[in-house]
Each structure stands twice: as structure tokens, then as C-alpha cells.
Design a protein around this ligand. Structure first.
Ligand SMILES: *Cc1c(COP(=O)(O)O)cnc(C)c1O
Length: 484
């Protein structure tokens, strides 16, 4: 087992070890990584890092201890509220990320339903395109999740089906603006109407799209209303660490009014320690993210964001057109957001992904869903680095098509794909799954970054989501198998 080192190491030596550790990481600074990182640009990065470091050690646990942090949080929430067409009643909280914002929206709705509506077992209705964070929230908070399939043609929320799913126990309906997988915006105005009529809450998950879509509309793009301008919307989540280009650890959850937000707040004055008030999940938290977010927004400004939006909208339009022009590839969903999902026709998209990633790009694989009604896709997250690289990417994508067409699945897929369809989690022990993972090369000591191979994706793709989840859980146990 590893021991805490007896002797202190010198700073430069440790930093050089850190540099070595990164050797296999995704090289996002190249702009060729279509996921995970939203490169802020050199000038913005410099100032946001400085701000983060200034407040690294300050603790936002107690809102009276560091009024500077409270001031910055209140500023951020107010700016976000006005960006999303809120009013003087709009309130919110700064959170660590989209997942925390979505968790809080569900927790608030649950407690609102219990207290204000006397509902003992509150339910939330989501579309199948909703982010995993809502499934997690239902799981964590023991709330019943009603999962309504999206319209398979538009990939957007099916309002009639959601209407039909409302029961006397419904606390909350969730819509996305936009959904992550296909970049599409749900019909929030129609959802607002049914939510209002039923007397239930409506949360808009604007984690990825909420910040940008209003800029896209300003630039002339066809974006439906999705924010507090829509009647019936009662809360919105919006990540700042995505398209507001703030460093990670920055999101907001906004509510129509204080009466709603009060159900989010946790207090504890009956233990032996100091009296606690936690509006959000965390207690002790660095002041870094809030200071860096405040700084980033001031540093880029509305004009800067609009220019960034112009660049990303233009890149998205070019990429969608370019991908559709490549025989065998097709963008699906007609995205309003700068998130692009495309399918392959007559070949496997997983071979396309393997081939393009071998050219130094990183494209994300999305597995088929809804028993194949939603096809497997390649996913691109467009950023401000994309405009300059779009032509090169499209040329590479066209160039790899012959090799992707010629690629064959290996023995691994030949063995496991046929049985994958019928595998159920109950038939498999953890040991059997570990064996499968090892034969797929995902065992100990694997240091490569990036997607699983086409073979592994094809196997996962053939499985039920229940089986996939089981495998992922065993895989996580292996990836974090301590001690050595
Ligand atoms: C990213 C995302 C989330 C979750 O946010 P994290 O910051 O990754 O926790 C929720 N909803 C949507 C639509 C997202 O894209």
C-alpha cells in the first residue's frame, strides 16, 4: 500500500511529476477535443485563474464570514436572472455544477409538494432526453421518476404524452433547453401551459443551453422561448462552467420566487457545533469558483459573449451542413444549440468515431436508447475554438470514411454482441463482468484516455440500459480499485 511520504518533496519536483501524470490526458488546448472542456481563451483564462487563486482558501460556508463572496454570488444570480428574463421576485443560488442545480430543483419540488400540496409520494415527469442528473435526483431523494419517451422524429418532449402522465402526485415537470444528447430545445411554452393548468412546477434544464440560446436568438437563430418569459416556468438551472466559459464548479439554480426557494434551504441549529444554514448541498466550499465566475462574466461582458455566440453559431451551421454533405453521415434532431449528434448510414458510427479519433480528434460516442428508437450517434460540443477548425475537421471526417467503411468488428464484438442482447443483469456475477472487462482491455493499469473501442461500444450498444449500468458500476469499481 502507498504510504504518506515520510519526507517533504520540493515544489518543482512535485510539479514535474504532475506534468508527467498528464501525458495521457486529452489535449484540449488543441481545440480538437469535442467534449468536456470549454476553452475560455488565453486572456480570460489568465484573469479567471488569478481570481480563483485569490479566493481559493476563503470559505463560502458561512455567508456572513466573507461578505465579498456573498456579494459576488448575489451579483451573479441577479445577472443570470435578468439574462433569463426574470423579475424582481426571481431568486437563486450559486452551486458547484449542473448536477447540483438539478438535484436541488428536484429536492425543492419534492418538499414543496409535501408541504404545500400534501402529496406524500411526489412524482416528477421527465422526457427521456432529460439529463442523467434527474435520474440521479430521483434515486437520491427517493422520488418517483416518470420517464416519458421523446417524439422519435423531433427528439423533443412529447407534450401530449407528458400531459397524460400527470397524476395527483405530480410535483414537477422537467423540460430541457437544450437537451445534451441532440442539442434540441423542448416546447417549453406548451409545457408551461400544462404545468400551470395542473398546478405543478416546471423546471427548465438550461444547464448547457440556458446561457447561450438567448444570444443565438438575438443573432437571428430560430430559438423558441425557454426562460422566465414563459408562463408556468418555476425554476431554471444554468451552468456557468459550460458556455459562460467560467472555470469548473460554477452553476446557478434560479426560482420564480422566494416562496419556492425556501424549500431548498437546509438549516441545523440542534447539533453541538455552530448553527448551520446551507442553501445548497455543500457546506465548506472554496470561494474560488464564485470569484472566478464573477470575474469571467465581467471580463468577457455581454458584447464578448455575443461575439462568442456568433462564432459558435457559425461553426455549428458550417459543421451541420458539412456533415450532411458527407455520404453516409447525417445530423439528427435539427439542433438549436451548438451540440451536434450525427448518425452513420450503411456503416457503424463507432468505426467513424474510432477512425476520426485516430487522427487526433476526440469525438464522443452516444449509445442507442429507447430500444433502438433513438440511434447511436457521434456527439460534438462546439466551442469558440471550433470555427477555426471546422474545415479541417470536415476534411478529416470525409477522408476517414473509406477506412471506417472497411473496418470490421473484431472477435470481441463477434463473441459478445449476439449474447449482449439477451444478457440480463441477474444472470451475471461481478466476477463474470470483470472477466468481460479484462478481455475488452479495460483492466488494471490501462492509462489511455478516450473512448472505448468500436468493439466495446458495439457490445454496450446491444445491451439493455440495465445491463450497461451494471457493467459501468463494476467498471467504476475496477478503475478506482485501491490500495495497491
Ligand atoms: C452538463 C449538463 C448537466 C449536468 O451538469 P454537470 O455540470 O455536468 O453536473 C445537466 N443538464 C444538461 C442538459 C447538461 O448538459
Amino acid at each position: 500500500m502507498k504510504k504518506i511520504p515520510e519526507k517533504a518533496s520540493a515544489g518543482p519536483e512535485i510539479l514535474s511529476r504532475l506534468a508527467d501524470l498528464r501525458a495521457n490526458d486529452l489535449q484540449w488546448r488543441s481545440g480538437r477535443v469535442w467534449a468536456y472542456v470549454y476553452p475560455p481563451g488565453d486572456d480570460t483564462e489568465k484573469i479567471q485563474k488569478a481570481a480563483y487563486m485569490e479566493f481559493l482558501s476563503e470559505n463560502a460556508l458561512d455567508p456572513t464570514a466573507f461578505p465579498s463572496l456573498r456579494h459576488m454570488e448575489n451579483d451573479i444570480i441577479s445577472m443570470c436572472a435578468s439574462h433569463l428574463h426574470g423579475d424582481q421576485d426571481t431568486v437563486g443560488s450559486f452551486t458547484s455544477g449542473g448536477t447540483e442545480s438539478c438535484l436541488l430543483a428536484v429536492k425543492t419540488a419534492r418538499d414543496w409538494a409535501r408541504k404545500e400540496r400534501g402529496i406524500k409520494e411526489p412524482e416528477i415527469i421527465v422526457s427521456s432526453s432529460a439529463h442523467a442528473a434527474f435520474f440521479k435526483a430521483a434515486f437520491y431523494f427517493d422520488v418517483k421518476l416518470v420517464n416519458v419517451p421523446v417524439d422519435p422524429k423531433t427528439l423533443r418532449a412529447d407534450v401530449a404524452k407528458i400531459q397524460a402522465a400527470i397524476t395527483p402526485n405530480t410535483a414537477l415537470i422537467v423540460g430541457s433547453a437544450s437537451a445534451y444528447a441532440h442539442g434540441v430545445v423542448d416546447p417549453i411554452e406548451e409545457l408551461g401551459q400544462i404545468a400551470k393548468k395542473a398546478g405543478v412546477l416546471l423546471h427548465v434544464d438550461g444547464c448547457i443551453g440556458g446561457f447561450l440560446l438567448n444570444y443565438f436568438r438575438e443573432l437571428g437563430a430560430n430559438v423558441p422561448n425557454y426562460d422566465f418569459a414563459v408562463e408556468g416556468v418555476t425554476s431554471i438551472s444554468m451552468d456557468l462552467h459550460k458556455y459562460a466559459y467560467c472555470p469548473k464548479g460554477a452553476s446557478v439554480i434560479l426560482y420564480k420566487n422566494r416562496e419556492l426557494r425556501k424549500h431548498q434551504i437546509f438549516t441545523c441549529a440542534g447539533w453541538n457545533g455552530y448553527a448551520i444554514v446551507n442553501p445548497t448541498v455543500q457546506s465548506t466550499k472554496s470561494g474560488g469558483p464564485v470569484a472566478a465566475a464573477w470575474t469571467t462574466i465581467h471580463s468577457i461582458g455581454n458584447e464578448g459573449y455575443k461575439e462568442r455566440a456568433r462564432s459558435m453559431l457559425s461553426a455549428t451551421q458550417k459543421l451541420c451542413k458539412g456533415i450532411d454533405a458527407i455520404p453516409g453521415l447525417k445530423v439528427i434532431g435539427n439542433p438549436e444549440m451548438c451540440l451536434i449528434a450525427f448518425v452513420a448510414e450503411g456503416l457503424s458510427i463507432f468505426h467513424v468515431i474510432d477512425a476520426i479519433n485516430q487522427r487526433g480528434w476526440y469525438v464522443q460516442a452516444q449509445l442507442a436508447a429507447a430500444e433502438g428508437a433513438i440511434p447511436e450517434t457521434a456527439h460534438l460540443t462546439v466551442t469558440t475554438m471550433s470555427e477555426a477548425l471546422a474545415d479541417e475537421f470536415l476534411a478529416d471526417l470525409a477522408a476517414i470514411m473509406p477506412e471506417a467503411r472497411a473496418a470490421k468488428f473484431g472477435e470481441l464484438a463477434a463473441t459478445f454482441v449476439p449474447m449482449a442482447k439477451t444478457l440480463s443483469s441477474a444472470d451475471m456475477s461481478d466476477d463474470m463482468i470483470r472477466g468481460m472487462l479484462q478481455s475488452a482491455g479495460l483492466g488494471e493499469g490501462d492509462q489511455r484516455a478516450g473512448n472505448p473501442s468500436a468493439d466495446v461500444n458495439a457490445i454496450l450498444n446491444a445491451m439493455s440500459s440495465e445491463m450497461r449500468e451494471r457493467i459501468l458500476s463494476v467498471a467504476a469499481g475496477e478503475l478506482f480499485k485501491q490500495p495497491v
